[in-house]
Design a protein around this ligand. Structure first.
Ligand SMILES: Nc1ncnc2c1ncn2[C@@H]1O[C@H](COP(=O)(O)OP(=O)(O)OP(=O)(O)O)[C@@H](O)[C@H]1O
Ligand SMILES: [Mg+2]
Length: 460
């Protein structure tokens, strides 16, 4: 991998030569500026990855360079290490306040110099990676597609709920977007800079889930060789998302209830109380009221979780949203597959609108993802969506010329229409023309133009 380009700014040619030698010996690329004005120009022209900046220069001091830097490039984008003589520690402090990453005192110690540079560059790389991942994650969750009145109403309630600390219970069939909403509520809440911790209540056995929630003290059980924080503790200051809460066992429900009441708990095998400040969001596709009636879910816990409840509508009840959702997923998956030109044929759109989507939005996304992989042409036809036959898929009704470009498709359509009219009227052109509302002479011309013989069959 190519090493970073470092801009050296110093008015003392001896120091510049020394730094150049040392940095190049460590495979860094170097650019030299003899004063502050030149430094700012080179930041722009050379786009260095790091700047070593002498504070004590004529024309423009290092501090002034730092202050002007944001006009050229965001300071968080370019790590700056300032260099100063022993005497001017105050200036170094001021430089740090102005946004420098670190400072070095002259005479420079070679090992220390290289270490500070490496740390600064590493931190910069990490910062970029985090920013990149965060924008990717935010992008995945920020986009809730939906224009239907039903989803808009839920969205508005969710946004209002997000501002408070109240517990939210998300209900709805599988694949309706409960997790997406949970993440969005956290994003819109004042806790968004703190962690959102997800606990899947169905995935684990009771003991494991208890351990995962509460953590354990050293020696709590064989193999517990050190203290381990649980997810409740990790969520401190943030939000905890209890997914599939309807599948939690009764004994654990009791323990969870206690935590939610007291905001305190013991780690497994522990005697000290740990207190936490968390916001709770829970989700389930089960009918919790029914579960309360049958004794499978604690009523007191239900009331505690059910402060604000939001029910996500099934996809079949929000068919207004289907085209936008289908296109949204097609964009996402076609982009990932590097096939940006893909689109749905009108027949495919219609088949999707008619299908009842038992797996809701997740099923839609999977169907679209699959069709992107399987489809050879850029137009997705209904059969590529492999919708379950019991779900009123209409694969048999499609017209093959939907996969042609517009003009050819129109030509095929016209041919088919004329052939059908002729067949209906047993080849009688006058009657066929009347049926189509055309002059007989015009129809005759079309028949010639489209080369339609007496014994041909319509395409579909
Ligand atoms: N309104 C929406 N806009 C865009 N994508 C959505 C929307 N709703 C759901 N999705 C996507 O659909 C998929 C399923 O959603 P999610 O996992 O949130 O559903 P769920 O209700 O938690 O399902 P389950 O009960 O099966 O866990 C996810 O990829 C999610 O990002
Ligand atoms: Mg889910």
């Amino acid at each position: 991998m190519m090493k970073a380009k470092i801009l050296i700014v110093d008015d003392d040619p001896d120091i510049v030569t020394m730094l150049e030698d040392r940095l190049q010996a460590s495979d860094y690329r170097t650019v030299i500026a003899q004063d502050g004005v030149q430094a700012l120009e080179l930041v722009e022209q050379e786009a260095p990855g790091l700047m070593l900046l002498d504070l004590d220069m004529p024309r423009l001091t290092g501090i002034e360079v730092l202050k002007r830097l944001p006009k050229v490039r965001p300071i968080e984008d370019l790590p700056v290490i300032v260099m100063t003589a022993h005497a001017s520690i105050d200036a170094a402090v001021e430089a740090m306040k102005t946004g420098a990453y670190d400072f070095l005192t002259k005479p420079l110690d070679n090992d220390h110099l290289l270490l500070v540079i490496r740390k600064a560059l590493e931190r910069d790389t990490l910062k970029r990676q985090v920013a990149c991942l965060k924008s990717e994650v935010d992008g995945r969750y920020a986009s809730i597609v939906g224009i239907s009145a039903k989803i808009r109403a839920v969205l508005e309630s969710a946004q209002r709920a997000a501002k408070s600390d109240a517990s939210v219970l998300l209900l709805g069939e599988s694949g309706t977007g409960k997790e997406l909403f949970a993440r969005s509520i956290h994003q819109w809440s004042p806790r968004q800079a703190m962690p959102l911790v997800v606990i899947n209540c169905v995935a684990l056995t009771e003991t494991l889930l208890e351990n995962e929630l509460f953590g354990h003290e050293r020696g709590a059980f064989t193999g517990a060789d050190r203290l381990q924080k649980g997810k409740l503790e990790m969520a401190d200051g943030g939000t905890i998302f209890l997914d599939e809460i309807g599948d939690m066992s009764l004994p654990l429900q009791a323990k969870l209830l206690r935590v939610l009441q007291d905001r305190e708990f013991h780690r497994v095998g522990g005697t000290r109380l740990v207190s936490i400040n968390i916001r709770v969001i829970a989700a389930t596709n089960k009918d919790l009221r029914q579960a309360v009636k049958t004794g499978e879910f604690r009523e007191d816990l239900f009331f505690r979780l059910n402060v604000i409840s939001l029910t996500l509508p099934p996809l079949r009840e929000r068919s207004d949203d289907l085209p936008a959702l289908a296109k949204f997923f097609l964009n996402r998956h076609a982009r990932d597959a590097k096939r940006p030109g893909m689109m749905f044929s009108p027949a495919a759109m219609e088949a999707m609108s008619r299908y009842h989507w038992p797996g809701n939005i997740r099923e839609l996304e999977n169907a679209v993802a699959r069709s992107v992989v399987l489809n050879q042409s850029d137009i997705i036809e209904p059969d590529m969506l492999s919708l379950d036959a019991t779900g009123h898929s209409s694969a048999g009704e499609r017209l093959p010329y939907f996969s042609l470009p517009y003009h050819e498709s129109m030509k095929e359509h016209t041919r088919t229409l004329i052939l059908l009219a002729l067949r209906e009227e047993s080849g009688n052109q006058t009657k066929a023309a009347a049926r189509l509302g055309l002059q007989r002479t015009y129809l005759a011309r079309l028949i010639k133009q489209y080369d339609i013989g007496p014994d041909q069959n319509p395409t579909p």
